[in-house]
Write a protein that binds this ligand. Sequence first.
Ligand code: NAD
Length: 419
Amino acid sequence: MSDALQVFVLGPGMITQLQVLPSLYHLQRQGVLGPITVAGTRATSLKALFDDAGHKRAFPGQSFTPVPDFRKHEPDAPDAYKAVLKKLPPRQCAVVCLPDQMHYPVIKELLLHDQHVLTVKPFVLTYKEAVELEGLARDRGLLVGIEYHKRFDDRALIARKRYRAGDFGEFKIGQAHLIEKYYYQHSNFQNWCTCENSDAFTYIGCHYVDLVAFVTGLLPVSVSVYSKPQPWPNGKMGYLWTDARVLWENGASLNVINGFGYPDDGPGGNTQGIVLHMDGPSGGGMMWHSDQFRGVKHGTLKQGGDPGDTAFMETNPDYFQLIWRGGEGLEPVGYGFRSIEYIAKAIARIERTTAGLSPKDALAKRKEMLAQYDCEGLMATPGNSSYNELVIEAGRLSITNGAREAVIEYGAEPYVRLK
Ligand SMILES: NC(=O)c1ccc[n+]([C@@H]2O[C@H](COP(=O)([O-])OP(=O)(O)OC[C@H]3O[C@@H](n4cnc5c(N)ncnc54)[C@H](O)[C@@H]3O)[C@@H](O)[C@H]2O)c1
């Protein structure tokens, strides 16, 4: 384990606790990854993550180094991560779990410090930023993997195989929805998901836009997003409910609705799914995925203590679960784990393959391997998924202009404009 990659997680929030850190712990247990450091801003959130009872049960004896270190009473500091970065040897595994608007400056800093990057979605918020970071990473031979975990759901891979083989026909029209629970309205979202920064489509709609591109290989060409702003509980105005229409290069259309108001007593963590209709020479094709209700209903004697927990649950066994598969502790299973595993192993593979080469040869080999990942397109990278940034930009342009259609112009220098 001594030459295993060091892991540097930035952001000890919800997604780190739920999916990212347990995945990293398991990869550490398997010897794929080495010591883990987690940087945050506040001792309280780092301590809560450090003491997480579920993690302790699943990964006995494993933990991380918190920065700032609450055990040494180090003061809260928003730039504590910078000191870690300075000392980190080049080409380790940096994991970005920060609020959306911090991704661009922090990932740039990580790349300038020669670190490989695994980042949660969205990569960045503008196409220009995506291109800049793509160039930076390519020149230095660094991998940037964007964690769109729906891509690692087997149903998406089955659909992709069928679509690419022509089994479905051509995508014509579709609908997707993802509505988060109502309690989100009272969470930290009200502080940042306000009209000037974001909206329900930007936050969560990107998953289904990326999925349609992933399955069909089509590019989105125009976006319009309708929403009537309303106040969050703290009075700040937000686009809490969005209705988006995304047009594709072949003329197909996808309607995506997003919001924050699935009933807290509802049995799923949210409600979500997608239906695509296809047209072929000899008949119609269809892809219908219920992504929240996956055929499992469990009723327990008591409900859990977290917001939105219910005693009667439609548990999703496919996204992320910690289960016993023999031995000590628990193992993560599901596409949430597989997605993190794929990116972390890709970074480890690149470093393993190029170890011992001269710096010049190692850089050339890393670039060759990165080009291969870009081309395969299983993992979202800046090089193969920047249509997502264009959709975010077009969506923001539309929603802030009364749902006017915003067009994506591809070509040498893609950009978005109001139609
Ligand atoms: N389905 C998905 O793919 C999915 C789901 C949830 C969140 N996300 C993404 O994950 C990211 C984080 O979301 P979250 O829900 O965990 O948010 P969160 O608010 O729970 O966590 C963000 C964390 O970043 C920390 N942070 C802020 N500034 C920092 C700094 N300077 N140094 C270190 N830490 C700092 C905050 O203290 C907080 O702990 C977002 O980009 C979000 O869009 C993706």
